[in-house]
Write a protein that binds this ligand. Sequence first.
Ligand SMILES: NC(=O)c1ccc[n+]([C@@H]2O[C@H](COP(=O)([O-])OP(=O)(O)OC[C@H]3O[C@@H](n4cnc5c(N)ncnc54)[C@H](OP(=O)(O)O)[C@@H]3O)[C@@H](O)[C@H]2O)c1
Length: 249
Amino acid sequence: MKSTLTGKTVVITGAGSGIGRATAHTFAARGANVLAVGRTPEKLAETAAGRPSIVPMTADITDQSAPQEIISQAVAAFGGIDALVNSASVFGPTHLAMITPGEFDHFIAVNLRAPLLITQAALPCLERSDGTVVNISAAIGQRGWPGLSVYGATKSGLDFFTRSWAGELAPRGIRVVSVAPGPIETPILENNELDDQAVMIVHQTQERIPLARLGMAREVAWWIANFTESLAGYTTGAILAVDGGYSAV
Ligand SMILES: NC(=O)c1ccc[n+]([C@@H]2O[C@H](COP(=O)([O-])OP(=O)(O)OC[C@H]3O[C@@H](n4cnc5c(N)ncnc54)[C@H](OP(=O)(O)O)[C@@H]3O)[C@@H](O)[C@H]2O)c1
């Protein structure tokens, strides 16, 4: 079936790595223009290499001016925005007995505040295009995760945003969904500092996957892109687990 994404524009945060990078490649392969946002220029350049429809943008999404700058850059480069994928995230141990207010605030700033402010800044564009917001949460958000409670809470919070915004934005023609990955093979563990207990919990999680393997980033990206195709037009407020059955059993 022919993609309906040809010539459309998507903004992807966290596009220098993992799921964000695979998502940029999936959209580009379907003929879409991509504004690929991340902190590290070298990683973004790798994402865009050999794919002229991917334009890299270096930005820390927690900077005060970043949300509006990201949207303005997408409009300047491509004339509008049809989809926004909030994939950038920090991950790591957050033991209740040890977490500091500064660490807590950083999790909230990257994983919740920035997606909210970028989505808010994108609303006029998304309204014009009957656009889609895809929040990347986590299958773990439905369970407790000892030692990783703040990360999990931000992901549960993102799903709550998805359901709530779906209702708020439906009258404006904007759909909002979450894709909730289980353990996926990406550099997420190398990109974040984990303590021994966190590593053990991650490994225990991986051992409980019914399909008995890690997912591939492109298997998540496929669903993200599909949610923005026109035949997904009746889907909003949905949370889709892409987790090898982890959250089902
Ligand atoms: N991999 C998994 O097993 C898994 C499981 C469940 C959910 N998820 C979710 O899937 C999404 C993607 O994860 P991933 O595995 O692809 O992780 P990843 O490879 O670590 O990618 C995360 C990206 O976020 C970017 N980022 C972090 N802080 C940022 C900031 N302040 N401003 C701009 N960009 C920032 C990083 O950019 P730099 O590298 O330049 O810092 C990196 O490219 C996340 O939301 C994660 O919570 C992943």
